[in-house]
Design a protein around this ligand. Structure first.
Ligand code: SF4
Length: 256
């Protein structure tokens, strides 16, 4: 029998509020179009395409005769190209009269990203939006890396883009998703040295060195998630800030 598959976002949602997990994955209440989910996908798709160009430019540079090949596209990692990719991915129809505000705000976020990132010239992305799966107890975890950079021979760094608000530094260091990335990377490929969270909206960047204590803690936390699922434990963790943005607040008797 095939093991059931779970994504990191399912585990994260359960950690945030098991009752919200229940509404989304057990009751399967459909969610409305969310501008934040759309933002997440447009930014990820834009950066994916952009870094693919960058990687291609490095790995197979244009040769003299390529310039005469009308079919051949230029691998261009300039800011102009980043913004061009973004404008192609952004669907104005999704935003009606607010389109211009969103478009300008997100464009600014990408400009900041480009200007603040200092890796353009010498660091090559090793994985870009790479899918993977790992066995975990009676289950399979299925997800993808936003980006993994190869800094030096056998030295890899994991990068996760966040499109929501910055939490405090302590929360960042205990981000279960990032630790699960480290476990997956270590199990499937190489041992990573550092893991980064990029909060794109504010341009804040946090990193931590990988350590065995946190890897073990994250494995236990994940095992606990699966145990709670097996026992069908879905308690509410209401907090004003969480409930305010929760898609299920109208169904939830515990909301704050
Ligand atoms: S409204 Fe609050 S308590 Fe209820 S599911 Fe959402 S986050 Fe959890």
């Amino acid at each position: 029998m095939q093991k059931p598959k779970f994504s990191f976002s399912q585990i994260n949602l359960h950690k945030r509020c098991p009752k919200a997990y229940y509404f989304q994955y057990v009751k399967k209440i459909p969610q409305k179009f969310s501008i934040y989910a759309y933002f997440w996908s447009v930014i990820h798709n834009t950066l994916q395409k952009f870094f693919e160009w960058k990687k291609e430019k490095f790995e197979s540079p244009m040769l003299f005769w390529d310039f005469f090949d009308e079919e051949k596209e230029f691998s261009d990692d300039s800011l102009e190209n980043l913004l061009k990719i973004f404008s192609e991915k952004f669907n104005w129809e999704n935003f009606w009269d607010e389109a211009e505000n969103f478009y300008e705000r997100w464009k600014k976020i990408l400009e900041n990203f480009y200007q603040n990132e200092n890796i353009w010239d010498w660091v090559l992305p090793f994985f870009i939006e790479k899918r993977f799966q790992i066995d975990f107890w009676d289950f399979v975890i299925n997800w993808r890396f936003d980006r993994v950079d190869k800094i030096w021979e056998n030295k890899f760094e994991i990068i996760d883009y966040k499109t929501w608000k910055l939490r405090n530094e302590n929360d960042v260091k205990n981000d279960l998703q990032l630790w699960l990335y480290c476990i997956a990377m270590k199990n499937l490929w190489f041992e990573p040295k550092k893991a980064y969270l990029y909060f794109l909206d504010h341009w804040e960047k946090f990193y931590f060195e990988i350590n065995d204590e946190n890897l073990k803690k994250s494995k236990n936390e994940t095992k606990q998630f699966f145990e709670n699922l097996k026992k069908e434990k879905f308690w509410a963790l209401p907090e004003e800030n969480k409930c305010k943005y929760c898609s299920f607040k109208k169904y939830c008797e515990f909301k704050k």
